[in-house]
Write a protein that binds this ligand. Structure first.
Ligand code: GDP
Length: 316
């Protein structure tokens, strides 16, 4: 991919799209095309079609999505399935119709069955029932993968699908209720420390296993895919670190980073979700990509960002 190529990063105001935008700029991509939601609503097909016809991007990185933690997925499942289906349908179709040379579609490893063999391989897709708490989101993303692959098969669209594990990093959503576990717990541990509280509440049992990928590692994988991976009907890749951790261990690491020394209390009225979500990224690793940001370092950098920006956190 030529660095003068016109690359549309959809979702650049979000955690993932923002990291990709920064990374592309650092790498010298000089013709990025960006639109805020107020300028173009991706859930409206006419707006997307007009944008593609006028701007003619050569590559598209589709990082725009409605996302959230376990509770937001459950509470707002209608919003999650509608917005994600609309956004990806409009963007993938417009990309094909306007001759885009490369499309990167971002999903999530929650597309895999709840009880998929671990670590989870790409082959596990559609082999069993999904985790109910995020089924609406997962089904939308599965439809996106299928659409990208069907367009690759029927129309020759050069599409690569990346399925990252749980993400974290600066500019995340730190909402106490709706965010993912890492930013939500970091925010709560910070408030508990400030209030001199004696405990921190952690949802569920603390036993679920997750894997945490720094968003800059995902941005690195996205640029790797843009430049080096040939898309096609089978171009589906997990993106992970190869390191897994229990929610209890995560909470302990967060407390240490934040400097909160009270006890952990587990709230069993909240759902655990999938018992273990650990990706097998060997398909992508075999092409020469690997995550490089150590968890401790990423966690500290995320907390520093939180401290510097806590007065301007996202509202929802
Ligand atoms: P998931 O990976 O799709 O299940 O999404 P989350 O990041 O929201 O949750 C991961 C795990 O962390 C689940 O087992 C949650 O019950 C647990 N968890 C513990 N405390 C929290 C919290 O404060 N917020 C969230 N979102 N999850 C929490």
């Amino acid at each position: 991919m030529d660095r003068s190529a016109r690359v549309f990063v959809a979702g650049h105001t979000g955690l993932v799209g923002g990291a990709i935008e920064r990374r592309l700029r650092e790498d010298g991509y000089a013709n990025l095309i960006l639109r805020r939601r107020a300028e173009m609503d991706l859930t409206r097909q006419a707006e997307v079609d007009a944008f593609f016809a006028a701007e003619r991007p050569e590559a598209v990185i589709l990082a725009a999505a409605r996302v959230g933690g376990i509770q937001a997925n459950d509470r707002f499942s209608g919003d999650f399935i509608r917005d994600n289906l609309l956004i990806q349908t409009h963007v993938i179709d417009a990309a094909y119709r306007n001759g885009v040379k490369k499309l990167i579609f971002m999903g999530s490893n929650c597309i895999y069955p709840k009880h998929a063999p671990q670590p989870i391989k790409e082959e596990s897709l559609l082999t069993g029932p999904l985790e109910p708490t995020n089924r609406a989101y997962a089904l939308a993303k599965i439809a996106g993968v299928e659409m990208a692959q069907a367009y690759a098969k029927q129309f020759g669209l050069d599409a690569v699908c990346l399925m990252p594990t749980n993400l974290y990093g600066p500019r995340d959503n730190f909402h106490l209720e709706n965010a993912h576990v890492l930013p939500a717990l970091m925010h709560r541990a910070h408030l508990a420390k400030q209030a001199g509280a004696d405990h921190l509440t952690v949802w569920g049992s603390g036993t679920p296993i997750r894997e945490f990928l720094h968003v800059d590692d995902l941005a690195d994988a996205a640029v790797f895919a843009l430049e080096k991976i040939q898309g096609g009907p089978d171009a589906l890749y997990n993106v992970g670190t190869g390191e897994e951790m229990s929610i209890r261990a995560l909470a302990e690491a967060i407390c240490e980073t934040v400097g909160f020394s009270g006890e952990l209390r587990f709230d069993s009225s909240k759902p655990d979700g999938t018992p273990r979500k650990f990706s097998d990224a060997s398909r992508l690793n075999a092409l020469g990509w690997k995550a490089t940001i150590p968890f401790e370092e990423g966690l500290k950098a995320t907390y520093r960002w939180f401290l510097e920006n806590q007065n301007a956190l996202r509202a929802a």
